[in-house]
Design a binder for this molecule. Structure first.
Ligand code: NDP
Length: 452
């Protein structure tokens, strides 16, 4: 085969699998994008010649490092950390840090790949990256978490910077962890710069950053429904997770007149037929975030509710669903159940929560389905606004950031509509729209740079 001869989708995916053995999550994320991009670039010679998708699917670099720390009993512990810098064609690498027992290179590579498209969709100048460690923060004392974060940053600081790579939070990394990491970065470099986002308001954070991902996912749902003359008001809604994204998504659903029936964690889900209103949600936030408790305790506090141990919530009849916990938590059969139960709209607050079979089922059913790379982009968008405020050394008012978030989510929705239309039909394939719209900006910047 000559260098300019085109491979087809199957050949391309064979190569991705061969070069990334055992990295199932990464291969899955590339497959989901490649299915749409191959179709789109069929007649676009330059994207083929310059191997654009092949290059986006090969991270610029993957840094892996050892993290040593001492627990409260004096034991020396060793963890593995990574930073995946996927693509900086349109801006500094940007993407969260995840601390979770199951973190590995495949998970972080899939997240960094997805992040490249997501950041492009926001319209802001941010490339794609992701990082983390196989550190389980559950059950650790504040001092243990602090020592771990400091040790993590003692290596990471060499690879990040306000114009190079700007990490943020993700699963297991919230305001506490960002504070410890920022403190260590500042101490090592003697610089106060916007090297991390999701910071506390006292030291350069942006208003609305904590709320942005969950709120944004609901705004996206609202935009999809509005386009077909519908709304969230009065609709029942099933949400998974009970962390940052899930609780803020639930808050916004409540504010828009919807009724939240479920929340979950890795132990199971709670089902509250009366709805998880503002007061109950505040209890969940306090219990899960500040007290680091379990969602199962909800039924001790609100006795009419049910706890389903070790189960997922997708069998609860609902009109709307927001998967907001983790990757591959909604499988093909779950998608089938949701469709059969009359669910009309799904918005992914988490990254790749629906597996490939589930995505195909939603696409085939023609229901409103917003992929994470579009629907949960509100968080990184406000992170981008935090970077701007840090560079200008100013803080914007809450109403300004709120309005920008609403506008950015509408912009992402409209870009998906532009590229996700189906000839002869009113239906929008939001997965296709997000993949193509996210791809074009990155691809055109790469073409401008030549072969680098
Ligand atoms: P949090 O750590 O705040 O919350 C994660 C929630 O998901 C917890 O309820 C957790 O339960 C649950 N969870 C984690 N792993 C599993 C698992 N294997 N099975 C079942 N439940 C699980 O994280 P976030 O809310 O920040 O992130 C949630 C998702 O949203 C992730 O996919 C993340 O990548 C994505 N996201 C987050 C953004 C942000 O701004 N924070 C931005 C864009 C996307 P438990 O407490 O038991 O671990």
């Amino acid at each position: 085969m000559t260098a300019t001869e085109h491979v087809n989708l199957a050949q391309f995916m064979e190569g991705v699998k061969r070069r990334n053995p055992g990295q199932v999550e990464f291969v899955q994320a590339v497959q989901e994008v490649a299915e749409d991009i191959f179709d789109y670039i069929q007649d676009k010679k330059a994207y083929h010649e310059y191997q654009i998708l092949r290059r986006i699917a090969e991270p610029d670099r993957v840094v892996s490092f050892r993290i040593c720390w001492e627990d409260d009993r004096g034991n020396i512990r060793v963890q593995r950390g990574w930073r995946v810098q996927n693509n900086n064609a349109i801006g500094p690498y940007k993407g969260g840090i995840r601390f979770h027992r199951d973190v590995n290179e495949s998970v972080l590579k899939f997240l960094a790949f997805e992040q490249t498209f997501k950041n492009s969709l926001t319209g802001l100048p941010m490339g794609g990256g992701k990082g983390g460690a196989n550190f389980n923060p559950k059950g650790k004392s504040d001092h243990e978490v602090m020592r771990f974060c400091q040790s993590f940053m003692t290596e990471l600081y060499r690879h990040v910077g306000s114009d190079t790579d700007v990490p943020a939070g993700d699963i297991g990394v919230g305001a506490r962890e960002i504070g410890y990491m920022f403190g260590q970065y500042k101490r090592i470099t003697n610089q106060f710069t916007g090297v991390l986002t999701g910071k506390g308001l006292e030291y350069g954070g942006s208003l609305i950053r904590s709320e942005a991902t969950g709120y944004g996912a609901v705004y996206f749902l609202q935009n999809m429904l509005a386009r077909v003359g519908d709304s969230i008001e009065g609709k029942s809604c099933v949400i998974s997770g009970s962390g940052n994204v899930a609780t803020h998504a639930a808050e916004k659903v409540n504010q828009l007149g919807g009724r939240v029936l479920t929340l979950s964690d890795s132990g199971g889900f709670i089902y509250d037929r009366e709805g998880i209103g503002e007061e109950k949600l505040n209890w969940v936030k306090e219990h899960k975030t500040r007290s680091r408790g379990r969602i199962a305790d909800y039924v001790k506090e609100f006795r009419h509710a049910e706890f389903h141990e070790g189960k997922r919530q997708w069998g609860v009849p609902c009109e709307l669903a927001l998967p907001c916990a983790t990757q591959n938590e909604l499988e093909g059969n779950d998608a089938k159940t949701l469709i059969e139960n009359g669910c009309v709209g799904i918005s992914e607050g988490a990254n790749m929560p629906t597996n490939l079979e589930g995505v195909h089922r939603f696409k085939d059913a023609g229901i409103l389905f917003a992929p994470g790379k579009a629907a949960n982009a509100g968080g990184v968008a406000v992170s981008g606004l935090e970077m701007s405020q840090n560079s200008a050394r100013i803080s914007w008012k809450e109403e300004e950031v709120q309005q920008l978030l609403v506008d950015i989510m509408r912009g992402i929705h409209d870009r998906c509509v532009e590229y996700g239309g189906t000839p002869g039909s009113e239906h929008i394939d939001y997965v296709r729209g997000a993949n193509i719209a996210g791809f074009i900006k990155v691809a055109d910047a790469m073409l401008a740079y030549g072969v680098v």
